[in-house]
Design a protein around this ligand. Sequence first.
Ligand SMILES: [Zn+2]
Length: 275
Amino acid sequence: MTLPAPHGQLDLWLPPDAEVSLRFLGRAPAWSRVPLDRVTLRQRADELVAFGSPALRLRSLAIHVRRRVDVRLDPSGQHRGVSEATMHWALLLEPERTARALAAAAARSRFPPWTAELLDELARRDDVRRSLPSRRLMRLAPQGRFTDLRPLFQEGIGLLPELNGHSPLRIGWGRRPPAGPRRRAIRLGSARLTENSIVIHPALDDPGVPLWVTGQVVFHELCHFAAPPLDEVTASVAGEHRLHHRAFRALEERYPRLDDARRWIADNLTFLLSR
Ligand SMILES: [Zn+2]
């Protein structure tokens, strides 16, 4: 990752007796998972403010602990020459870079492109990921209208001794999407690695879908836990797909009717898309 060279001294500005009100949004249980205590967070926020620039006069800074690592500069205050910022707590791990991003956003009313890299980098840190609240999961119900996912799930786990010792996984049917324009693609399953859960598309919960097809989708998602994604550098050095890399595909081949299932899905795509 490349970052622009640090701004020169001239650009660093210590706001004169700046009074920035700092607010912490969210409830105590969510904050209890954040590895920095309040005092440290306040210090980091002070650092951030101290890195401000003439373009950025922060009036208030709201820190949240939601799932998404993001940062926002509220434009409403800007015509009065002051701004309000709302950001994920993880940004306080990088007060200087965050201050530069905010200053650029205040001056040009948009965040510089490298802000996305900063957010991405922070979102991937282990300590940040551990602090994220679990997605308010739709109750993960494995029993559908027609198909119970549990036997397929257990069969799949049985084929993957690599999962021995893995934290327990959960599986359930996804929500039925609201009726809308015809879909052009469908994601039959998704593996939520940070939540140890698998969600299967309800289009498969249909008596017309053979169990070995749904079983293959379940197995594919289980393989994502048994052969986790490569990091970007490893994948690009090895010329591998980050998710569906060689080790992943080798595991996936264990499914007895893999080819049949793939063919069935390809042949019945129109049906699945209409569900
Ligand atoms: Zn996949």
